[in-house]
Design a binder for this molecule. Structure first.
Ligand code: C2E
Ligand code: CA
Ligand code: CA
Ligand code: CA
Length: 280
């Protein structure tokens, strides 16, 4: 490899090094992002078929001082790898719960309102998670009945017993559980039925081509039918137009989230939407 390696050495090494440097730099700045107030939440409305607001998903945003906006798909995996997802995830919960308690105090939460917060597997699996959740509820005065945690299917394949135990403790607090990106992971349906889950969130990868891809339609139809049998709610994410919404209604899904209704918006803008309670 050495004799033929001269060119490849010069060609590959700098770019590999660059990638590693960038990774390290990103990790460093992610470390300080919390203290430096670079993180904030956006809220994406969830609606029913009358366009009334039934909730929101809190979505993390990072405004980097030099690089500008960094999408969560880039920094969340890094936060998970490095363990930074623990303090960051805690901060997200605090922010979301604090906001939830403000909205409730101001009388802005409609009936059956729920604010959904993403919880990464690493955060959920941490031994402190339930205590941490309890602390945040106490500190912020958030009503746990209005809170929902979005968990991914990756949880469902790790230690089943302790996962179910934790889920039951969370349910006992009044908090709802939703399985995010449903259909994309490896969860066993046999496990699913043992879990105290309230909702399946149909992944946007099935929703995007719902009208043209017969496989996506079949999968979506099956998820909704199964959820109905198991008395679970369904919500579709990534709904981008009226035709898709209509098709979902035909298939029996009545809760939606997506650009057709609204992009994720600032807390100020979401609060304004809550005041009118309905999307135009
Ligand atoms: P997710 O949980 O599946 O969140 C939904 C993503 O779909 C969001 O991307 C949202 O902006 C986007 N989206 C909403 N409506 C539409 C639509 O109609 N069409 C399309 N194409 N996309 C739509 P975002 O905000 O970039 O977040 C990406 C991912 O980052 C999230 O995917 C989630 O996995 C992760 N994430 C975001 N915030 C948090 C957080 O606070 N904690 C954790 N652990 N993960 C988070
Ligand atoms: Ca989510
Ligand atoms: Ca999702
Ligand atoms: Ca996703």
């Amino acid at each position: 490899a050495k004799s033929s390696g001269r060119n490849t050495f010069h060609f590959y090494r700098p770019s590999m090094q660059l990638l590693a440097d960038q990774h390290l730099a990103m990790e460093k700045s992610l470390h300080t992002s919390l203290q430096n107030n670079e993180l904030y939440l956006h809220y994406q409305p969830q609606v029913n078929q009358d366009f009334q607001i039934i909730g929101a998903e809190a979505l993390l945003r990072w405004q980097h001082p030099d690089q500008g906006f960094v999408p969560p798909d880039q920094f969340i995996p890094l936060a998970e790898e490095t363990g930074l997802i623990l303090p960051i995830g805690r901060w997200v919960l605090e922010q979301a719960c604090f906001q939830l308690s403000r909205w409730e105090k101001e009388g802005l939460c409609p009936e059956n309102f729920r604010l959904a917060v993403n919880i990464s597997a690493r955060q959920f699996e941490h031994g402190n998670f339930i205590d941490s959740l309890n602390e945040v509820i106490q500190q912020t005065g958030a009503n746990p009945d209005l809170l929902e945690l979005e968990l991914t299917e990756s949880l469902l394949i790790s230690s089943l017993e302790s996962t179910i135990e934790k889920m039951e403790a969370i349910r006992a607090m009044g908090i709802a559980l939703s399985i995010d990106d449903f259909g994309t992971g490896y969860s066993s349906l046999k496990y699913l039925k043992k879990m105290p889950i309230s909702q399946l969130k149909i992944d946007k990868s099935f929703i995007a081509d719902l009208l043209t891809d017969t496989n996506d339609k079949a999968i979506t139809e099956t998820i909704i039918a199964m959820a109905n049998h198991m008395k679970l709610q369904t919500i579709a994410e990534g709904v981008e137009d009226a035709d898709v919404m209509e098709q979902l209604i035909k298939l029996g899904c009545y809760h939606f989230q997506g650009y057709y209704f609204s992009r994720p918006v600032s807390v100020e803008n979401y609060t304004e939407l809550l005041k009118v309670q309905k999307l135009p």
